[in-house]
Design a protein around this ligand. Structure first.
Ligand SMILES: *Cc1c(COP(=O)(O)O)cnc(C)c1O
Length: 232
């Protein structure tokens, strides 16, 4: 497993997808989804020029922070976040990508205010309407974005989505296109075109996400190899 080589391969695929879509490859940031990979793997990815690392679990993130696993790259939180763990993430993650409810955003605001910082977040969209996933439904999203705009210590930088597991190749493209449309509308109508990040696409589908307009892809197994869940 050569993490540096994998990152170069993923970057080439990103570049090809961007150019095919008539976009600049530099407008797509690569976030390494490093869950279940140790501090050494994180460091290797940073040495190979990853744009950011994304973690899913607060406990794992906290342990790896203590090992200085992320020194040299921005840390993002990309997993399901419980309200009682917000305190451990605010101010540590440069970007919380998985802000999927107003209750959670209110708690992020509260904790950020205590630290006297502005926490950057993405609003998570549950585009497939799946019960098992968190995130705003498309019709909840617009009013939520309007509410959060008034929060003093939270800055919304864009949207994030995790579509359903695709049943056929390119199966997620319509979902990516829908979220991209929401991104453009909310950015223009509520945020003075100040959004920066449309985070969508993983190892199996990031090319389609880029075709739809993603400016940030979250890639795990194509960089770090398959995760050995059985060892957990
Ligand atoms: C694990 C994970 C990814 C990356 O998934 P791969 O299929 O391994 O690329 C992306 N986003 C989130 C939120 C994840 O949990």
């Amino acid at each position: 497993m050569n993490i540096g080589e994998n990152i170069r391969n993923v970057r080439e695929r990103i570049a090809r997808a961007a150019l095919t879509a008539g976009r600049n490859p530099e407008d797509v940031l690569l976030v390494g989804a490093s869950k279940m990979n140790g501090a050494d793997a994180c460091r290797a990815a940073i040495a190979a020029g990853i744009d950011a690392l994304g973690e899913n679990r607060v406990q794992e993130m906290t342990a790896k922070l203590a090992e200085h696993a992320y020194d040299g790259a921005p840390l993002h939180f990309i997993g399901h976040l419980q309200r009682n763990k917000v305190r451990q993430v605010v101010g540590r993650a440069a970007l919380i990508q998985s802000a999927g409810s107003l209750e959670l955003l209110a708690e992020i605001q509260r904790q950020a205010e205590k630290l006297n910082i502005v926490q950057e977040v993405l609003l998570e969209v549950n585009i497939g309407g799946e019960e098992s996933k968190s995130g705003f439904s498309p019709h909840e999203l617009y009013p939520a974005a309007e509410t959060v705009r008034t929060f003093s210590h939270v800055r919304v930088r864009g949207l994030m989505t995790i579509p359903p597991i695709a049943e056929k190749p390119h199966g997620n493209l319509p979902y990516f296109e829908k979220v991209a449309q929401l991104y453009v509308d909310i950015n223009r109508n509520l945020y003075d075109n100040d959004f920066k990040y449309l985070s969508m696409g993983m190892s199996d589908d990031f090319e389609d996400a880029i075709a739809a307009g993603a400016t940030m892809v979250r890639v795990g197994s194509a960089i770090f190899g398959h995760r050995l869940y059985s060892q957990q």
